[in-house]
Design a protein around this ligand. Sequence first.
Ligand code: ASP
Length: 435
Amino acid sequence: MKARKLQLYTKILIGLVLGAIVGVLANKFGFSVQVTSYIKPFGIAFIRLISLIVVPLVFASLLLGTASLNDIRKLGRVGGKTMVYYLATTAIAITIGLVLANLLGPGKGLDAETKERLMVNYQAEAASKIEQATKQPGVAEVLLDIIPTNPAKSFADGEMLQIIFFALFFGVTITLIPKEKTKTLLSFFEGLNEAMIKMVGIIMEFAPFGVFALIAAIIGEFGAAILLTLAKYSAVVLIGLAVHALVTYPLLLKIFSKVTIFDFFKAIRPAQLIAFSSSSSSATLPVTMECAEEGLGVSKDISSFVLPLGATINMDGTALYQGVAAVFIAQVFGMDLSIGQQLMIVLTATLASIGAAGVPGVGMITLALVLQTAGIPLEGIALILGVDRFLDMCRTAVNVTGDVSCTVVVASTEGSLNYIPGAAQQIAEDAAGKS
Ligand code: ASP
């Protein structure tokens, strides 16, 4: 069994490396158009397949989780802990980004010619991002929006916060009705839930090919050269992400749970790889849930509450990157950011990460809001657009890591963590073998 488990992860990794090689070759020898036309669709098919599970899986598992909690107080406690953890780690992440960018000064060395070239090349794209950002609703509107007036519309549009709200409300209501009246309803959702979990397992068999296609297409289209132009900026973002993933989370796990860093990272590797290849924490959600439950022993009621929320509202990697990006752009434009401005960045980036959906490139749009509140020129977005796709992949992997760390901490403090050190590293692939 162990061999099968290792195999899935190894196969995904092989897909990633081969995809990178094909992408580099395609870019170098000019066949990236063919890669985009013939290989990329397999990657898109994979993303679509895992995305199709998200809505039914989240709804069914959250409803069952809430209905089985049978206790409103527990729900309030779990919700409170989750929000505190998500907000605190997001604020820590931006602070790491700001401190590193101030210390290392990535924007100070950028020569005028490169700046000019980037500004000209990405001007139009930057303008469209800024336009999208200015269309974002205000805080009150975002909060009111969480209450769906028509749940069917929320299902159809995949609006996660609204679906979560409806599932929680529905689940709590079920606990207030005599059991014999809800038996059939609950067993229907149990069946749906099981079928969705089985589906994740089946789709994951296709993951190595999907990852191969996605990586080949991305590298083929963009090439690795742009990374060199913005090497210092990219390096600061990557160092920050590494610090957050390898210091902040392990520290919190150590304080609040017995899960070892080794087991933690081993169990979540499939989710991290899918997040990296897809740049979407929402699409990764079914795999993330599988890793937390099967690999780390988080109970279903906790993971089905904490993880869907996290995929939507918790984006530590994104927030950290926004901190670095804001300081970088300010430095290139020769601005010195005051402490007040930097605190505004912490606040806006934390709030922006709640409202934004876990889909590719969204961090770049909310960055415009962050820049605006700190008084940094919005057109500076053009400077960093070229490397955004790659950094998006990395920050999404951190976003997902943060979601799982919160789930482990909440489960551990609730006594809902059935963790066996060094064992039970079952990963999503197992679902395929389960009946
Ligand atoms: N792609 C990220 C996610 O889905 C969001 C972002 O940073 O753009 O988590």
